[in-house]
Design a protein around this ligand. Structure first.
Ligand code: SAM
Length: 285
């Protein structure tokens, strides 16, 4: 079959669901991923023919897109900062916003030359921990998640990206960490309210793990309470806690950190100008 005919079918079948521009992106991601060809290939070779086997891959991909499956899960990979990461339905697809959280840690750490100990809580695909380990050669990075399945993906990602991260299966709600002495704790915990489901895109709420996303409407700060308590014990004096937050709770999380004796609290905005990250320093006695 001609590749251009498949492109035509993609537009016919999917434009009303996703819009023409998005469908073109999907098609070219498949061209790159399934055929190993650059996206401009079709422009240079308009009569390009693909094998029956490749044809089935495109049609399977098309069917999955029609069902609303995110392209990252269909292809099994995504990019995050300078990394290529494996993803499946056991892990949240890393968001571009979260790169801002990593970048904040990296900017602050550029000045530090000594060995630093970092803990990432709720690591998912491992994106934060792996990006930090890749860019901070002097750091010793550990990461935890409650999901054993997510940790399998994270371990594979660390291996593929040739970094060393110590992954542990643990629950932030009952983690015994009194022995530890971290310079930095970072987390992008679940923070989407159940009631926000109504305004979320179907492919997010139907495909991504609920455990990674949602908190009850009545307890929006649930994970921040555990994280603040834990970080208070586990950070060295002068150590820093970095968190991604729901944009509507910047003030509340800031107050919570103050209650737990954090100082120098700062909020930063994401690429859309929304309050998205907060950091606080563990009190120097
Ligand atoms: C919003 S996702 C973040 C994943 C990844 N760090 C990222 O930024 O893409 C939250 C993660 O927290 C994990 N998680 C949820 N409840 C947890 C708990 N009680 N203890 C530890 N991890 C938890 C989920 O499995 C999920 O991987």
């Amino acid at each position: 079959m001609l590749l251009k005919d498949i492109k035509h079918i993609f537009h016919q079948e999917l434009d009303s669901q996703y819009g023409t521009e998005e469908v073109s992106h999907f098609f070219y991601y498949f061209v790159e991923s399934y055929l190993g060809l650059p996206r401009f290939h079709l422009a240079i070779h308009p009569q390009w023919i693909i094998t029956k086997e490749d044809e089935s891959l495109f049609f399977e991909g098309l069917a999955a897109l029609k069902q609303g499956k995110p392209i990252q899960y269909i292809l099994g990979t995504t990019s995050f900062m300078d990394l290529i990461l494996t993803v499946n339905e056991d892990v949240l697809i890393p968001r571009p916003e979260t790169e801002g959280l990593v970048q904040w840690v990296l900017n602050d750490c550029q000045k530090s030359e000594s060995n630093i100990k970092i803990l990432d809580i709720g690591t998912g695909s491992g994106c934060i921990a792996i990006a930090l380990a890749k860019n901070l050669h002097q750091a010793e990075v550990s990461a935890i998640d409650i999901s054993k399945e997510a940790l399998e993906v994270a371990k594979q990602n660390a291996k593929n990206n040739k970094v060393s991260v110590l992954f542990k299966n643990a629950d932030v709600r009952d983690m015994d960490i009194s022995e530890e002495n971290y310079d930095i704790i970072v987390s992008n915990p679940p923070y989407v309210l159940e009631r926000e489901k109504a305004i979320m895109q179907d492919h997010v709420k139907n495909s991504e793990p609920s455990l990674a996303l949602f908190v009850p409407d009545t307890q929006p700060l649930l994970y921040y309470e555990y994280l603040a308590k834990l970080a208070q014990k586990a950070l060295k004096e002068g150590g820093v806690l970095y968190l991604e937050i729901n944009e509507i709770f910047g003030k509340e999380v800031s107050d919570l950190l103050k209650e737990h004796s954090f100082t120098n609290i700062e909020i930063q905005q994401d690429l859309h100008g929304k309050d998205r990250f907060i950091k606080g320093t563990s009190l120097v006695q």
